[in-house]
Write a protein that binds this ligand. Structure first.
Ligand code: FES
Length: 89
C-alpha cells in the first residue's frame, strides 16, 4: 500500500491496518510523536491530500482543526494515500 509524503517527495510502503506513524517511522520519516503515539498531543498531525484513511476516532477529533487533518498515530491505512506533514503546536 503506497503512502506518499508529498512535501518530502517520498513514497513508502505500508500494509492495510498500519498507522501512518508506523509507516513513517519504518521508512525513516521523522514525525514528531511527543506523546508516544497515544493521541495525547497533536505533533504527529498530517493532512490528507488524496486517498483515504480509517474513519476518524472520537479521541482524535479534538486535535483536528479542519477537514483532511489526521493524527498519524491514530489514522490507519485502508488504501493508497497522499499526505503532507501538518503538525499542531
Ligand atoms: S503522537 Fe501524540 S497524538 Fe499522535
Amino acid at each position: 500500500m503506497e503512502v506518499r509524503f508529498a512535501d518530502l517527495g517520498l513514497c513508502l510502503a505500508g500494509a492495510i491496518g498500519d498507522t501512518v506513524l508506523e509507516v513513517a517511522e519504518a521508512g525513516g520519516v521523522a514525525i514528531e510523536a511527543a506523546c508516544g503515539g497515544f493521541a495525547g498531543c497533536n505533533t504527529c498531525r498530517v493532512r490528507v491530500l488524496s486517498g483515504e484513511l480509517s474513519p476518524c476516532d472520537p479521541v482524535e477529533e479534538p486535535f483536528l482543526d479542519s477537514p483532511g487533518q489526521r493524527l498519524a498515530c491514530q489514522a490507519r491505512l485502508v488504501g493508497p494515500v497522499t499526505l503532507r506533514l501538518d503538525p499542531g503546536a
